[in-house]
Design a protein. Structure first.
Length: 154
């Protein structure tokens, strides 16, 4: 019996995400980063490795879920306009961090990405867009002493 449309989509998207996550995970072992596997201080690749490992595991779970779905059918339609809008919002957010710095660009970026995804409650989105980056900055910059990008202009 053939995979259902959603099952095929899960297999395809899960496999692509697993391959991308695996490639990025492997990159964290390159010579660009200090890697003392079981000895020394926690390196800058510690958290990314955990997150990328989770991405790979969850993506493989999506593949398995997709392989178990066998009802037949077509792939679900993808709204290319929405995909382009989300991609554009992400690119603008990244460029904004580089150009005007984290504290100014990220609230705007979080709002734009949420809007591009179609989040219905704009007030909650606005509050989240302001509070989440500020809390992230507070915890990481002030308590963990992680430096954030200031940007080229500010």
């Amino acid at each position: 019996m053939a995979l259902s449309g959603q099952g095929r989509a899960d297999v395809i998207y899960g496999a692509v995400a697993a391959m991308g996550g695996t490639a990025m995970f492997a990159h964290t072992f390159s010579d660009r980063y200090s890697n003392e596997f079981l000895f020394g201080d926690v390196s800058t690749t510690f958290v990314p490795r955990i997150l990328l490992g989770l991405i790979v595991l969850l993506s493989l779970g999506l593949v398995v879920k997709g392989l178990r779905d066998r009802d037949g059918g077509k792939l679900p339609a993808v709204a290319i306009g929405r995909v382009a809008l989300v991609f554009g919002a992400c690119v603008l957010s990244i460029a904004g961090v580089w150009f005007i710095g984290y504290l100014i660009a990220m609230p705007i970026g979080v709002f734009l990405v949420g809007w591009a995804f179609g989040y219905p409650n704009k007030l909650v989105l606005l509050v989240t867009a302001i509070v989440a980056p500020l809390l992230t900055w507070l915890v990481l910059a002030e308590f963990a002493q992680v430096s954030f990008p200031n940007g080229q202009v500010f």
